[in-house]
Design a protein around this ligand. Structure first.
Ligand code: ATP
Ligand code: MG
Length: 393
């Protein structure tokens, strides 16, 4: 039988809220594993045990658990009786691959059950000696061994593993509230969502859609991005906002060099409205300082001026290459670079203003019926529930 031993990350620091944090993490783990295979998930002395009934499913369970925020480290352990023979035997079978691939090793034992008749040092010395004797290619090395064989002797069982691997880190999704992610089809916004989910935010996606300037396929791409993010973010509803009429009104009535900025201000206003309707405490965008004309400091001042909710821009200080690295890791990159147009690129000005002044923007917006345009867009959103499709298929 195999079990995953999970150590919680920062939630350990949370004092009185700790119980709420732990409950949320346990709930998130159970919910995400429900569709994989039957598992028992329980917490004991700050360690979460995931008991996998069917050993052949451990890899699949690991894949899921690696993406759950709030977990600092993961040990894949074999379970055995608390006798020296069983522990050694289990180490030899469960860690056969590790043993074959290592040149040096040591044994480390933790004895949680103080009734166990030997000290941890005695256990390590005994089993270490046996293994050293049995495998000629393995030399003991107490400082930098290739392999550390860990034994943990707990109340009911002993566990054997080769040490922890890092978990996804961060805080359990939901423990810091909920925020609205402005999700385009690009590389950046899915990464921004990933980073804020990592800080414990539950996400509601908002996508601005300019049919027929952008195609159905472009919308599908955004839904797909949300699906790929799901293992990290948990279920994320996607609100699709019809944006065509607003873009046409801007094109027909405003100076070209500030098209994009006015459009971005509409996005922020609408996002704020939808955020409030959906109990979101902040907006999240994928902006990065100076990446494009609408992401200079003066441009962001102008676009941020329309909303009172905090705007989180987790990529603000990152290079494109660093962003791409995360997009590759989470798996959104390949979908993001599919060549479907985004509404931002539809009416891109040739010479965008990179140092906009607010009075000029306000003057241009005076030509538009801002309130009604927003009202109409908000009342015609389409809600897509992501994270459901695969299981229903
Ligand atoms: P991305 O790679 O996320 O598309 P970008 O570098 O293309 O970002 P912009 O197109 O200027 O930058 O958009 C900046 C941010 O505005 C995006 O990261 C996203 O949060 C939001 N945004 C842009 N277009 C849309 C859209 N069609 N729907 C929802 N949000 C959008
Ligand atoms: Mg974009």
């Amino acid at each position: 039988m195999e079990v995953l031993l999970l150590k919680c990350g920062e939630i350990v620091l949370k004092g009185l809220n700790r119980k709420a944090f732990e409950d949320r993490l346990l709930g998130n783990i159970k919910r995400r594993l429900k569709h994989v295979t039957p598992c028992e998930v329980a917490m004991r002395q700050s360690i979460i045990y995931v008991w996998v009934e069917d050993d052949s499913k451990t890899d699949a369970v690991l894949d899921v658990v690696r993406k759950i925020f709030g977990i600092a480290s993961i040990c894949r352990a074999a379970v055995c009786e608390k006798t020296l023979e069983a522990m050694q035997q289990t180490a030899e079978t469960a860690l056969a691959g590790h043993i074959a691939g290592a040149k040096t090793f040591k044994v480390e034992t933790k004895r949680g059950d103080k009734r166990f008749p030997m000290t941890s040092i005695e256990v390590s010395q005994h089993i270490g000696g046996e293994i050293n004797h049995k495998y000629a290619h393995l030399k003991p090395d107490m400082h930098t061994p290739d392999l550390t064989i860990h034994f943990e002797i707990r109340d009911e069982h002993a566990f054997v593993h080769a040490g922890p691997e890092p978990g996804a880190g961060g805080m359990p999704v939901g423990t810091n509230g909920r925020a609205a992610l402005l999700l385009s089809g690009g590389i950046d916004s899915p990464v921004a969502g990933y980073m804020m989910a990592k800080r414990g935010l539950e996400l509601v996606g908002i996508h601005f859609f300019s049919y027929p300037y952008t195609s159905e396929r472009a919308k599908e791409k955004v839904v797909e991005l949300a699906e790929i993010m799901n293992p990290y973010t948990g279920r994320m509803p996607l609100l699709v906002v019809p944006f065509t009429k607003i873009q046409e009104a801007i094109r027909d009535n405003c100076p070209q060099e500030i098209f994009t900025l006015i459009m971005r201000r509409f996005m922020m206003r609408i996002a704020q409205k939808l955020a409030e309707q959906n109990q979101c405490g902040a907006l999240i965008t994928g902006e990065s300082l100076g990446q494009v004309a609408s992401q200079t400091m003066p441009s962001m001042a102008v676009t941020g001026a329309v909303c009172s909710l905090p705007v989180f821009r987790p990529l603000i200080g990152m290079d494109k290459e660093e962003i791409v690295q995360i997009a590759r890791k989470t798996g959104t990159f390949e979908t993001s670079i599919l060549p479907y147009e985004d509404c931002c690129t539809v009416f891109t000005p040739k010479h965008p203003n990179t140092k906009p002044k607010l009075p000029k923007i306000l003057e241009a917006e005076a030509a538009l019926d801002v309130e009604n345009l927003i009202e109409e867009a908000v009342s015609n959103i389409e809600i897509i529930i992501t994270g459901k499709r695969k299981k229903d298929e």
